[in-house]
Design a protein around this ligand. Sequence first.
Ligand code: FEO
Ligand code: CA
Ligand code: CA
Ligand code: CA
Length: 598
Amino acid sequence: SEKRARSARGLRFGAVAPNTADRVTVPEGYGQNVVIRWGDPILRGAPEFDPDNQTAKAQAGQFGYNNDFLSLLPLERERGRQVLVSNHEYTDEVLMFQGYDPENPTREQVEIAWAAHGLGVVVVEGERRTGKLTAVPRHRLNRRITATTEFRVQGPAAGSEFLKTSADPTGTKVLGTLNNCSGGTTPWGTTLHGEENVDQYFAHGTRATDKRYGLKPGATERKWERFDRRFDVAKEPNEPHRFGYVVELDPYDPESTPVKHTAIGRFKHEGASIALTPDGRPVAYSGDDSRFEYFYKFVSSKRMRRGNSRADREYNMTLLDEGTLYVAKLTGDSPAESIDGSGKLPADGEFDGSGTWIPLATATADGAESHVEGMTAEEVFVFTRLAADKAGATKMDRPEDIEPSPRTGKVYLALTNNVDRGLDGKAPADEANPRKANKHGSVLELTEKRNNPAATKFGWLLFLVAGDPEDPATYFGGFPKDQVSPISCPDNVAFDSHGNLWISTDGNELGSHDGLFGVATVGRYRGQLKQFLTMPTGAETCGPLVQDRRVLVAVQHPGEVDGASVEKPASTWPDGPGTLVRPSVVSVWREDGCDIGV
Ligand code: FEO
Ligand code: CA
Ligand code: CA
Ligand code: CA
């Protein structure tokens, strides 16, 4: 750890130096514990994890693989307890099964993978003195949602011709959720989960729309199409149209049917985060995580009901079905020729400008209306990327997680990287995406007009241009660069109760491991980025969640290194040599029992 610098409240800790240790490294004076690991039993009757005797039945009652987004919800009648909701984005079969043959997965292995995908709900209990958290197995709220759990489709594309399949002629009942990356916690006590890279599950996608969504004409790497025909587009052409949405779960009702919201559009949703308009309507922000894709917002026309009865939550779970979907167009304020792709700041000292939210379609209780010429409303909601192409939205450098500040209302968007920016035949650098072959990414700060999340105009600037601070093509909110931590590939964003922004990374082009960083967005320390922790080998930092007593992170895909397998592990975190590497949730807290960073 470096010397403790003067910092904003909430960020007073000694920054962790970049490193490549196969562990979670935290600041001096901080402790950590593994809250829950892949395979830990959470449901009644589920067995202890046994790496040599895995079954789909066991996995369906155990914590899933590759934890990503995390949410903690209050559990009022049970002291010291909260409800943890986790995404299980995808599976890494070579790190799960001994002797895995990628050319010939067995039915049992595929069914284990289905059961290891999805969402997890598990009650956790805090230790009184520290921020240590432990899971409460067999709690009545504990639940697993998998690739085969029934979902209800809501919103304008429910029942659409594009969603009907031989198994579901109504186009309203989908089995499973896939590739849940990031998400959001709603003010009405439910959770949102983005379905991201769902193209990888579907074989033989040959239509133009398949191509625009990343599907490939051949077999898939996972080969699920051999075990369930719905994963074969040649046999079930509409099945892929049933994935790529924002899903919503009521974690307080283990019997409830989770929902897919079609009004927020279909694309590679990183997640979804909610702000409320002054009159109480939710606005959902969501990025489409691929190179040269767009970011969006959905403005509901319905007001949230206050109150937390089951009936209130049921009503509020329809808020994201009626309203208008918009996509962002950004314009820089510096002369285009001053943006040369080098990342050098323009003459006005900032990469900044103005923007417009372009309406794509509006959904109402009686139907939907398209605002895009040549496309029906149904087409806009199911093939949203094509609608945004037509609308002339701005192609961004992988827009990932997005989060409105609960303190200032400003919205922060992680732009992870884009190594193709400005290459031959690709979109050139622009003021919002100013670096050619952008390896390190940036964080954009967006200010809605009159600070109203329903506004159709906004201002924006690049708050961070990531990389080694010694690289002149970096920017840290104007803070002196000799006093900040290096950062590469910002991905997830979250806020603490002091209003500081926390940023986790996915991929590090500076030669060290992924990590979690905190930074003030206002005041004299604006831009003073500090590294709080680093990840084990091969892991991505996910789901950061900062409470006063603890920081929670999902250690995702530890050991995921080219050529690694169960037989040749790159990591044995968290249990050490001789054990299987296991994605896990970690809680970090102060050993003296005080709040984080004060
Ligand atoms: Fe799953 Fe966009 O990272
Ligand atoms: Ca992510
Ligand atoms: Ca400018
Ligand atoms: Ca990512």
